[in-house]
Design a protein around this ligand. Structure first.
Ligand SMILES: [Zn+2]
Length: 324
């Protein structure tokens, strides 16, 4: 046990040293006083030092924060770039693809769902730079959703595009004979049938073809009739194009196809003639949609030259696997 430091005073009356004993309370108070003083002095010293120089760790952290803030703002810029790229795709989607393919636009509710307001990001509240972190998360969620919607939209468009392409190939959209061949009678009610002499509807468009003119399928489809018809068509071909469409090619002199054959637009199906009930060599061309007779002239434009028509038929034939 440490012996307490003793204090002595000189007693002049007794000419001797006498030991002084301070009471415990005083000793305790002195101790507390010095303790507090030293604590205060050292605290003040540390504080002043930090104020002037900052601790190395703090300095390091401050630099780190500056760096992080910088890279965050770079990230933000990259986010903006990505955002405008997706925005561009979105615009293409809404302004070009969907209108052309006759698709509805995506409801804005689905495109901009809004992310759960306050609660969704509450876990990041109270952190140092909370607003930066929350903003980054919100931006990423926004971008993620935009990309997801766009991805789904494009696969929908892709499907519709394939379907549209198929439909486009199948509908009867060209002239069945060279465009230089003059038109005969169109679809109409005729008071006097040229052969029968009785009043009767004319359900198609006639082309005044010289005997033996090449006749082409006007759209892809399946041959459902190829042969003689007693009702007046003579040698004729009927193609079912799907989508409710059928085309009839009548009064032929030669038939190149047989029932069940799949033909493509531009395939030669036969040669024109004068068979059946006909007043002279011509092609009777008929388009029926769900059994109703259509005006064939509405289904193709006649603005091609003869050369362009032949070129088109050659191009179509080069793609076709069907050969005569
Ligand atoms: Zn006719």
């Amino acid at each position: 046990m440490l012996e307490r430091r003793k204090k002595y005073i000189f007693d002049e009356t007794g000419l001797e040293f006498r030991q002084v004993n301070y009471p415990l309370k005083v000793r305790l108070l002195r101790f507390i006083f010095w303790f507090v003083v030293s604590l205060t002095v050292s605290s003040v010293y540390i504080l002043v030092f930090k104020l002037i120089f900052g601790s190395p760790k703090e300095k390091y952290l401050a630099t780190e924060i500056q760096k992080l803030k910088l890279s965050y703002s770079l990230l933000e810029r990259r986010f903006e770039e990505s955002y405008s790229m997706v925005e561009y795709l979105k615009k293409e989607d809404e302004m070009r693809y969907r209108p052309v393919l006759q698709m509805d636009s995506i409801p804005s509710m689905y495109r901009n769902p809004g992310f759960g307001g306050v609660d969704h990001y509450s876990q990041y509240n109270g952190l140092y730079n909370s607003d930066l972190i929350i903003n980054a998360h919100r931006n990423l969620d926004l971008l993620k959703n935009m990309i997801k919607v766009q991805e789904e939209s494009f696969s929908e468009i892709e499907e519709r595009k394939d379907e549209w392409k198929r439909e486009n190939e199948h509908l009867p959209k060209i002239s069945p004979v060279d465009v230089s061949i003059p038109l005969g009678e169109g679809i109409k009610f005729r008071e006097h049938h040229p052969v029968l002499g009785t009043a009767r509807w004319h359900y198609g468009q006639d082309f005044l073809t010289p005997y033996g003119t090449e006749v082409y399928a006007t759209g892809s489809g399946t041959v459902v009739a190829a042969g003689w018809n007693n009702e007046g068509f003579g040698y004729h071909v009927i193609i079912d194009h799907g989508y409710g469409f059928r085309t009839i090619y009548a009064h032929l002199s030669k038939i190149d196809v047989s029932v069940g054959l799949n033909v493509k637009r531009g395939d030669r199906i036969g040669l024109s003639g004068n068979s059946g009930i006909s007043s002279g060599p011509h092609l009777h061309y008929q388009i029926d949609y769900n059994g109703k007779h259509q005006n064939p002239l509405w289904f193709f434009s006649n603005d091609l030259t003869s050369e362009e028509y032949r070129e088109m038929i050659m191009t179509l034939n080069s793609k076709s696997k069907f050969r005569k």
